[in-house]
Design a protein around this ligand. Structure first.
Ligand code: PGA
Length: 244
């Protein structure tokens, strides 16, 4: 299965830097002879249109970082899945821990967003992950499986390729800490039992050029969701090249 490397830029980037970053990634992708993985950039909403323009004609896809469950309406400040699809996005991240924890998004809200993504023809990247307290209490599998079961769109068992799952331990995000390979494999194998065959299960949390190869070698790791290291074209591309 072709692996996925997705860059989550979070709330970073003004137009000039964002376009330069996307253009550099697109140039590398055009120059590479047959990409061995699927590359997605998820810039802030303000940069989606210029980033799409910058990657046009390259194999790089673009996604949003969140979407509202409704297609339109009186939801000041929100962006719908239809709006992302209308721009040309292929994906949308839903249920990132920064949304779950910082904005109170429940599993039900995440599921509604993932279902909205499907309604709009997008493939949602559904994030799950335990906090350090939950891990230390030995509850990692309980937490991530409960999140996944409640966040997956109803009926997603019908087909593969309709969702991507990302396992992102909250304590590993932006911290430089990474679970052991064994721990990652334990979680990914458990998640695998709950999703249709062929569903990519990404790992995310302090993925960097120097650990990407090892992370990608772990059983059931179908790619990486990269935060900080996706903000530098050189670092991000070294991670992409780790898929080879
Ligand atoms: P990080 O972020 O790579 O900076 O740890 C990952 C994420 O939050 O998706």
């Amino acid at each position: 299965m072709r692996r996925m490397i997705a860059g989550n830029w979070k709330m970073n980037g003004l137009r000039e830097d964002g376009v330069a970053l996307a253009s550099a990634v697109a140039r590398q992708a055009r120059e590479a002879k047959g990409l061995s993985c699927y590359v997605v950039l998820c810039p802030p909403a303000t940069l989606i249109a210029p980033v799409l323009e910058a990657v046009a004609g390259s194999p790089v896809a673009v996604g949003g970082q969140n979407c509202h469950a409704e297609p339109d309406g009186a939801f000041t400040g929100e962006i719908s899945a239809e709006m992302l699809a209308d721009l040309g996005c292929a994906h949308v991240i839903v249920g990132h821990s920064e949304r779950r924890m910082g904005y109170g998004e429940t599993d039900a809200a995440v599921r509604a967003r993932a279902e909205a993504a499907h309604r709009a023809g997008l493939v949602p990247i559904i994030c799950v992950g335990e906090t350090l307290d939950e891990r230390e209490a030995g509850r990692t599998l309980d937490v991530v499986l409960r999140q996944l079961d409640r966040s997956l769109p109803v009926g997603s068992a019908a087909g593969s390729g309709t969702v991507v799952v990302a396992y992102e331990p909250v304590w590993a995000i932006g911290s430089g800490l990474v679970p052991t390979r064994e721990d990652i494999e334990t979680v990914h194998r458990a998640l695998r039992t709950r999703v249709p065959a062929g569903t990519p299960i990404l790992y995310g949390g302090s993925a960097k050029p120097d650990n990407a190869g090892e992370l990608l070698a772990a059983d059931e790791v179908g790619g990486l969701l990269v935060g900080g290291a996706s903000l530098d074209a050189g670092s991000f591309w070294r991670i992409v090249e780790s898929c080879a």
